[in-house]
Write a protein that binds this ligand. Structure first.
Ligand code: PCA
Length: 229
């Protein structure tokens, strides 16, 4: 049986939940005949990536998709590129805060996704789920995991294809923010701008994205997913 490794992060930055893990947890046990292996990952530089790499070693999946929260984004965003750079705005859950440093000395500056991000986005949009390709996974733990996992795929697990995917805030997180800010009209005004998505839609989006990844060895050349500045 084919295996798909899907990972989701624990909460960070004072949040009560991480929608990434909540959405991953709710995935079915199989997707088009492939076994779905779900892994909970700490928000820690180094240790997070190591946990995913240990699971790659143990399970040798066909596909690995790591999922994290990108609060403020309005869509599900498969990531195109992981960069060899760590620069943390806030400490991770172990208190580490790397600044302006390479993740792996001597390794390439960047790795591209080896899953078909355009096809994944097209399939989600087809199902009326807001999705777009992202060309930056940031410089925090998500990018650290993405970069180190893609480095491991390139150097140790060539039979596995993978990438990272960010989800927005879950709707309930924004409701909480609104409730907390309700005392201050100005703050409430600000939080009304925070986009969110239901966990149910995220899980459906993940499933559709994974089906598209299994179905497409070669990505679509879709001009819609290009960006201009
Ligand atoms: N998002 C953070 C780390 C964990 C998560 O879910 C990030 O985008 O780096």
């Amino acid at each position: 049986m084919k295996k798909i490794l899907v990972t989701g992060f624990e909460p960070f930055g004072g949040a009560k939940i991480n929608p990434a893990w909540e959405a991953v947890k709710a995935l079915p046990e199989t997707i088009v005949g492939a076994q779905v292996i779900k892994l909970h990952v700490p928000v820690e530089f180094g240790a997070g990536a190591q946990k995913v790499i240990d699971a790659l070693e143990a399970e040798r999946p066909e596909i690995v998709l790591c999922v994290g929260q990108a609060g403020g984004r309005s869509k599900i965003t498969p990531e195109f590129v992981g960069i060899n750079w760590a620069h943390a705005r806030i400490p991770d859950n172990a208190g580490k805060q790397p600044l302006s440093q390479r993740i792996i000395d001597g390794a390439p500056d960047a790795y591209f996704a080896s899953l078909p991000v355009n096809a994944m986005v097209a399939a989600m949009n087809q199902a009326e789920i807001p999705a777009a390709v992202s060309y930056t996974a940031g410089t925090y733990v998500c990018n650290d995991v993405m970069y180190q996992v893609l480095h491991a795929l390139a150097t140790r697990f060539p039979e596995t294809r993978g990438t990272f995917l960010h989800v927005p805030f879950a709707t309930e997180q924004v409701v909480e923010k609104n409730a907390a800010a309700a005392e201050k009209a100005a703050a409430a005004e600000k939080t009304r701008q925070v986009p969110s998505m239901s966990l149910e839609m995220m899980t459906r989006g993940l499933q559709i994205a994974l089906e598209a990844a299994l179905a497409n060895d070669v990505d679509l050349a879709d001009s819609e997913s290009g960006t201009t500045c």
